[in-house]
Design a protein around this ligand. Structure first.
Ligand SMILES: [Zn+2]
Length: 114
């Protein structure tokens, strides 16, 4: 499996940092971005558990989604733990997130750092 870089995208016009990438900056509609590296470890800001999962997600409910803060950049993603705690340290791991029309979709999940 190809190792993916965990990065964010910084707008060249206004400096807003986004993850995931959008075609246009959410603040100024700018279309040029620089990739910036994010810290290896983030902190859990908040989380929610989903008991009714959208079709195509290969996981047994509940699915835990969290918002993880990487030096001020907040990223939404699945957590690999069923026992999240606000403020816990998490690191991004690349893996299969779900199937969509029989195609595997890959993305980052967040795993507790012990
Ligand atoms: Zn901008």
């Amino acid at each position: 499996m190809v190792e993916q870089k965990f990065v964010a995208y910084k707008c060249r016009s206004c400096g807003r940092v986004m993850n995931p990438k959008h075609d246009r900056c959410l603040t100024c509609k700018g279309m040029e971005f620089d990739e910036i590296e994010l810290p290896k470890v983030g902190k859990l800001v908040t989380y929610t558990k989903l008991y009714a999962l959208p079709q195509g997600i290969e996981a047994l409910p509940p699915l835990t989604l969290g918002i993880v803060d990487f030096d001020g950049v907040r990223v939404l993603g699945q957590l690999t733990t069923d026992e999240p705690a606000i403020g816990m340290s998490l690191r991004p791991v690349w893996g299969k997130i779900r199937k969509l029309n029989d195609k595997d979709i890959y993305g980052f999940k967040f795993e507790p750092v012990s």
